[in-house]
Design a protein around this ligand. Structure first.
Ligand SMILES: [Zn+2]
Length: 458
């Protein structure tokens, strides 16, 4: 009797193990879940696109059977979230550096865009950006540019997750000559992608300096009609704030609030030049913030009051901004590091913006800012399987005392070895699986020559 019982118990343990597609394990697992659990010798079980379970390796391996990937000297973390960028601008990386924002835009970027940007430029620029992003551990990005349907196709092909909004701007753009035409296209784009698991379509009026009130109002109502987010630049420069005060008698935040822009899910990029009243409005409206420390530093825009925003409970994610002039790459490891350090500089307090908070901004808070917290941003059962493995065996990574400190202040994007999005491996052993790196790099060189030639003939 006792023997039969013991036998059936053994068979239950063997055959009762639930099927999984992958069991990914590592020395450390940074879950970024509600309790911010850090697991030593931890594992994640994955089936299809989603996470089944997260726990100790022994427990997960006893409960699930499936293919295994074990990284003995690495950490696993949720995929990083870039909340603000312009991906096709990768082909204009470093085109005109060390200049004022307005001069940079009007003398270089706008002419270079007018002469070069078409659907194929956008396709190759997106491929280049996706290659760089996936190799550096970014699994989701929010982006606003032109030809957003082409960006969506290239993003799907790479296998990354994108929140994509067609730029609505008050002057002729490379694809549409009026805000009305861009909005009509945007509606088609939303219809096409609103049920796509990888792409979240959005509407993206550019900024109060470049986009008229009517276009902003139309953009908000379009976003609300389909329940998609609105993304915009906001309060990036001191000059922009002064102009808004002079022209409208209101700060940029109060101006967009008066135009009804925050009446629905909104993601605002930069938000540097704000006062307490502005922050109270953003808090009341639940506006998500994309903090872009490299861009704000490089263009001397200033430093956003992130410590204050976090104290108010705002969802603040990290963004690289576009790589042409304002960054010049898609490296969220650098953004985490710089975000933490800039807050210490501006507040005079070394405790301001801890390493853990910086990693929260690059993961779960970024997901919340995008309205995707229930799907991504942490390693938890039910969420999409978007995860990265980061090696811990290089000279700059030993010894290890504190995982959050190591991740934010010491590790580099080039330490990422494996990347999974939606349950699918995009990078293994540092090699991209979904994109042809050689072809993309040679195309990028070709576009570089073309852009340079186009600017020479003026
Ligand atoms: Zn931007």
């Amino acid at each position: 009797m006792r023997r039969i019982f013991a036998l059936s118990f053994v068979s239950l343990a063997l055959f009762g193990a639930e099927p999984a597609d992958w069991i990914v394990s590592a020395h450390w697992v940074l879950t970024m879940d509600r309790d911010r659990r850090v697991l030593e010798d931890g594992a994640v079980a994955i089936r299809g696109a989603r996470i089944l379970a997260v726990g100790s390796r022994s427990q997960i391996e006893a409960s699930y059977r499936g293919r295994k990937l074990h990284r003995a000297n690495s950490l696993l973390a949720p995929g990083l979230v870039n909340t603000h960028t312009h991906v096709p601008m990768s082909l204009m990386r470093g085109l005109a550096d060390d200049r004022r924002l307005r001069e940079w835009l009007e003398d270089y970027i706008f002419p270079a865009e007018a002469r070069n940007v078409d659907a194929e430029f956008v396709r190759w620029g997106t491929r280049l950006a996706c290659l760089e992003m996936m190799l550096g551990g970014t699994t989701t990005f929010a982006e606003m540019y032109y030809f957003e349907d082409v960006i969506a196709e290239a993003t799907r092909e790479a296998g990354l997750r994108g929140v994509l909004g067609e730029t609505i701007i008050g002057f002729p753009a490379p694809d549409f000559k009026t805000p009305e035409a861009a909005l009509a296209f945007n509606e088609e784009f939303i219809r096409r992608y609103r049920n796509d698991p990888w792409i979240v379509p959005a509407v993206a009026p550019h900024s109060h300096e470049t986009t008229p009130e009517a276009a902003y109002r139309a953009a908000r109502s379009l976003a609300n009609r389909y329940g998609v987010p609105l993304m915009t630049h906001l309060a990036e420069t001191r000059q922009g704030r002064e102009e808004a005060l002079k022209r409208y008698g209101m700060s940029p935040v109060r101006l967009l609030d008066a135009w009804g822009v925050f009446q629905g899910r909104t993601l605002a990029a930069h938000v540097v030049w704000v006062d307490e009243e502005d922050l109270a409005i953003l808090q009341r409206r639940g506006v998500g913030i994309a903090h872009c420390p490299s861009s704000n530093a490089k263009l001397a825009s200033g430093v956003a009051p992130v410590t204050r925003m976090l104290a108010l409970g705002l969802a603040v994610g990290l963004g690289t901004d576009g790589p042409a002039g304002s960054n010049n790459d898609f490296n969220l490891f650098e953004e985490m590091d710089l975000a933490a350090k800039l807050q210490k500089v501006t507040t005079g307090d070394p405790q301001a913006l801890s390493a853990r908070q910086a990693l929260e901004m690059a993961t779960i808070l970024g997901a919340r800012a995008l309205g995707l917290e229930d799907r991504i941003g942490s390693l938890e059962p039910g969420k999409y399987a978007d995860l990265i493995a980061v090696r811990l065996d290089r000279a700059h990574a030993v010894p290890l005392y504190d995982l959050y400190s190591q991740m934010v202040y010491a590790l580099k994007a080039s330490d990422v070895t494996d990347v999974m999005v939606h349950g699918r491996w995009l990078v293994r052993d540092g090699r991209p699986l979904t994109l042809d790196a050689r072809r993309i790099l040679s195309k990028a060189e070709e576009y570089g020559r073309r852009v340079r030639a186009s600017l020479a003939q003026r």
